[in-house]
Design a binder for this molecule. Structure first.
Ligand SMILES: Nc1nc2c(ncn2[C@@H]2O[C@H](COP(=O)(O)OP(=O)(O)OP(=O)(O)O)[C@@H](O)[C@H]2O)c(=O)[nH]1
Ligand SMILES: [Mg+2]
Length: 236
């Protein structure tokens, strides 16, 4: 409780409200987890700042894997159906969620998205990709019921970001450095980004790729296939 500024303990109230929001979110996320098991799907939550290349990587992933696996996508954005339109053009079921201002997806919104996916096609999936709202801070705090959290960082953003925005990199099972085709134009240090991420999260797996040139995409596809086929363990 703060005696000096006259806030009347407002800070403590905010902490308590946040805690109850996160507790409720966790409860709904457990329901999502059960629903995903029933659907037969492994779910990946892709998180990054706006424009790091989440949708572009998904487009490429779907083009490569849609004949082998049943893929569904949940798109999260503040506004618009633009990303869903891009994914729909790849010929797989997609549900667009818009937060109307919130900087992250919640488990409750994703629950709605899962019901939407269940209603499309046969409603059975090997893989569900969740593209979170572009933001390097907020999405990290919200469990969506996914199996794997993926943090993406693009070369133009700078290699210091894992140190400055640690929560996302701490939570991730996989860290992808994207847009490596641009390395020659930026002072991005792969060594620094990877050292900083491992300093926060020693077990994190790291991939480097370019969804435009295709460099490194094969390792990502292998990672995803390993999840779909149960060859790769999922961190509890
Ligand atoms: N050079 C280069 N550009 C890329 C790469 N991947 C994506 N881009 C470009 O980066 C821009 C943003 O890509 P998106 O895939 O829309 O990024 P996003 O993370 O989905 O963006 P939000 O959904 O708005 O957060 C587009 O102009 C892409 O063409 C890459 O590997 N290399
Ligand atoms: Mg996108």
């Amino acid at each position: 409780m703060c005696d000096s500024c006259g806030c009347g303990g407002a800070e403590r109230l905010v902490v308590e409200v946040n805690r109850s929001v996160l507790d409720e979110n966790r409860r709904v996320a457990q329901g999502n987890r059960r629903m995903l098991r029933e659907m037969g799907a492994v779910a990946l939550n892709l998180m990054s700042s706006p424009g790091a290349g989440k949708t572009t990587l998904l487009e490429r992933t779907i083009a490569a894997l849609k004949d082998r696996y049943r893929i569904g996508v949940i798109e999260g954005d503040v506004e618009t159906e633009r990303d869903a339109q891009r994914i729909r053009a790849q010929g797989v079921p997609v549900v667009q969620l818009t937060t109307g201002g919130a900087c992250h997806l919640s488990a409750a919104l994703v629950h709605k998205g899962l019901h939407g996916l269940k209603g499309i096609g046969e409603g059975v999936y090997d893989l569900v990709f969740i593209e979170n709202v572009g933001n390097l801070v907020c999405p990290a705090a919200f469990d969506l019921g996914e199996d794997v959290k993926v943090a993406l960082l693009s070369v133009p953003e700078g290699s210091d970001k894992p140190a400055k925005y640690p929560a996302l990199f701490r939570e991730a099972s996989l860290f992808i450095i994207t847009k490596v085709d641009l390395l020659e134009h930026f002072d991005f240090s792969l060594d620094e980004a990877e050292r900083l991420a491992r300093g926060i999260n020693p077990d994190v797996e790291i991939l480097r790729l370019s969804a435009v040139s295709g460099e490194g995409v094969g390792s990502w596809l292998e990672y995803v296939a390993g999840l779909a086929e149960g060859r790769r363990g999922i961190r509890p």
